[in-house]
Ligand binder design. Structure first.
Ligand SMILES: [Zn+2]
Length: 88
């Protein structure tokens, strides 16, 4: 009879093969996988956005060539930059 129990919580098993889990544990595992996947995509998107913004700002200042700016002016112009758009 023990063969019909979930290996995680001893509930009634819902699978015939592996993993030997109940419906509840399978659902919980699916949620965990989706959560981990979303976190992975979020941090990937964050890293890509950071690189886009870095290059966007660098290209903007590069285009100004030999102009001289104070730190305050640079800070102000960085704050005013709308930033790159998705897929730019
Ligand atoms: Zn279970």
């Amino acid at each position: 009879m023990g063969n019909d129990l979930c290996t995680k919580c001893d509930g009634p098993r819902d699978t015939t093969g592996y993993p030997k889990w109940c419906r509840k544990c399978r659902a919980a595992n699916k949620r965990e996988c989706e959560k981990a996947r979303n976190e992975m995509l979020e941090s990937k998107g964050f890293a890509e956005g950071r690189e886009e913004m870095r290059e966007h700002l660098a290209a903007g200042f590069e285009a100004l060539g030999h102009s001289r700016f104070t730190g305050y002016e640079i800070a102000e112009s960085i704050r005013r930059v709308p930033g790159p758009t998705v897929g730019e």
